[in-house]
Design a protein around this ligand. Structure first.
Ligand code: NDP
Ligand code: HSE
Length: 443
């Protein structure tokens, strides 16, 4: 009988997340915070890019390599954990690991959003597991529930705060009355936002995560290009103040809705009623609300980023695979994915943004004189948009200017865009300062 050699692990990446994963895999049995004493996972090799880089966690030099083949082609490695990030070479490495019959765990939302269904199909073909719990919401369990615990339900709604960096910035803009620029600086100083924060603040990171969530929840392929994306760069402190006076918080919300034959997927700043649970999610926290015909509404929340929570999700995925490999029955490897290995069972049409019907918050800079409101109301009436409230703010008598803040009843996006174009043509309107969509779905 061959000597039991444990389950060999190859780790791609040893940055914020990878160094934590390595630390725990190499920890002594009583490693603080660990819930597994005698795990069968043996870390055999770690791929990095720059061996000269200073690292707070000292990686045993004998494990370090810059050669991906040392892991991907290594017969002593059964499981690859990928935490290098970015689309390439990560997607190629994952594919290569799978075709070499290695199980894989990844935290990479970009790869899973762009290549997830193909990689899952490939994993099923090679009878290995691909798990990706850490790709959305850091340590929050959400991929497992969507892949397993909620599959019986016809899920029809996702409303989610899934980018911790932007939620931290928005919270600072409210609490500290900071401008966007100052709040971003603070997020960078505290290590929440990266040096180049554009993926977070322009909404791409949330869109990758929404593509993964919506593909799983609605069992239809959602490409990132299907998602309407608007980031938080143009939000102004005034909007937080006015929104608050109207009873709303502003969040970067990822929304997925399923109709009978189509889906709607979008990421944009959104006014949420203050009493909505999502409005209370502060700082770097994430929260995901899922609605289904059987379950009603469920909410998952917690730390959506950071080395420790993300390592928790990755190690749990790795242990799940280990449990499978060690189980007596050797049941077919379907844990974490639907039996086909690919969750896509439907082809639903993706709605264009023009088809959206929702409420809106609009802030206009106008000349402060008689007849202005009547002209604005007339344009809205012409486009079939019904006004819910109007307030005049910041009137400046010497300049003769004011701001008008309007909220609407549910209206068509296409009509709203035409109304905005008409507002811009009005001589009494200096600027359309803000257009923010409202979401009241869970109330
Ligand atoms: P980091 O940038 O901190 O670390 C990346 C690591 O991968 C580094 O060790 C780097 O090597 C290595 N690496 C990058 N490119 C290559 C390459 N081409 N070849 C070899 N090694 C490479 O990233 P994070 O740890 O923050 O993130 C990793 C993944 O986890 C990403 O997909 C991210 O989206 C995801 N994630 C991150 C979270 C977080 O809080 N940070 C939360 C949830 C998910 P070197 O050290 O030599 O530079
Ligand atoms: N940059 C992400 C965020 C963390 O701010 O939520 C990794 O998913």
């Amino acid at each position: 009988m061959p000597k039991y050699r444990g389950i060999g692990v190859g780790l791609l990446g040893a940055g914020v997340v990878g160094s934590r994963v390595a630390e725990f895999l190499l920890a002594k049995p009583s490693g603080e915070g660990l819930n597994f004493n005698h795990h069968p996972l043996t870390l055999r090799s770690i791929l990095i890019r720059n061996p000269q880089k200073h690292r707070e966690f000292q990686i045993p030099p004998e494990l370090v390599t810059t050669d991906p083949a040392a892991l991907l082609e290594n017969p002593d490695i059964d499981l690859i954990i990928e935490v290098i990030g970015g689309e390439y070479p990560a997607a190629d490495y994952l594919n290569r690991a799978i075709t070499n019959s290695k199980h894989v765990v990844t935290a990479n939302k970009e790869v899973m959003a762009k290549h997830g269904p193909e990689l899952l199909a490939q994993a099923a073909k090679f009878n290995v597991q691909l798990r990706f719990e850490a790709s959305v919401g850091g340590g929050i369990p959400i991929i497992g529930p969507l892949s397993n615990n909620l599959v019986a339900d016809d899920l029809y709604s996702i409303r989610a705060i899934i980018n911790g960096t932007t939620n931290f910035i928005l919270s600072s803009m409210v609490r500290g009355r900071l401008s966007f620029e100052k709040a971003l600086e603070e997020a960078q100083r505290l290590g929440y936002a990266e040096g180049d924060p554009s993926n977070d603040i322009d909404g791409a990171d949330a869109a990758y995560k929404l593509a993964i969530l919506a593909s799983l929840a609605f069992q239809t392929r959602i490409h990132t290009s299907d998602i309407y994306v608007e980031g938080i760069r143009n939000l102004h402190t005034k909007d937080f103040q006015y929104a608050s006076e109207l009873g709303y918080a502003i969040k970067l919300l990822a929304v997925g809705k399923k109709g009978a034959n189509d889906v709607q997927v979008r990421v944009h700043p959104t006014l949420i009623p203050k009493e909505d649970l999502l409005a209370k999610v502060e700082g770097a926290y994430n929260a995901i609300q899922i609605e289904g015909h059987l379950i009603g509404s469920v909410m998952f929340s917690g730390l959506g980023a950071g080395g420790l929570p993300t390592a928790s999700a990755i190690l749990s995925d790795a242990l799940g695979i280990a449990r499978h490999l060690l189980s007596q029955e050797r049941a077919p490897l379907t844990d974490g994915v639907l039996p086909s290995g690919n969750p896509i069972t439907k082809t639903l049409r993706v709605q264009s943004l023009d088809e959206l019907k929702t409420q809106y918050y609009i802030r206009l800079s106008v000349h402060d004189r008689s007849g202005v409101l009547a002209q604005i109301a007339s344009i809205m009436g012409d486009h079939g948009i019904s006004i819910a409230s109007v307030i005049q703010k910041d009137a400046n008598l010497s300049l003769g200017t004011a701001e008008i803040v309007i909220t609407t009843h549910p209206s068509q996006e296409v009509a709203m865009q035409k109304a905005l174009a008409d507002f811009r043509m009005l001589p009494v309107v200096d600027a359309v300062e803000s257009l923010i969509r409202l979401d009241t779905a869970s109330l």
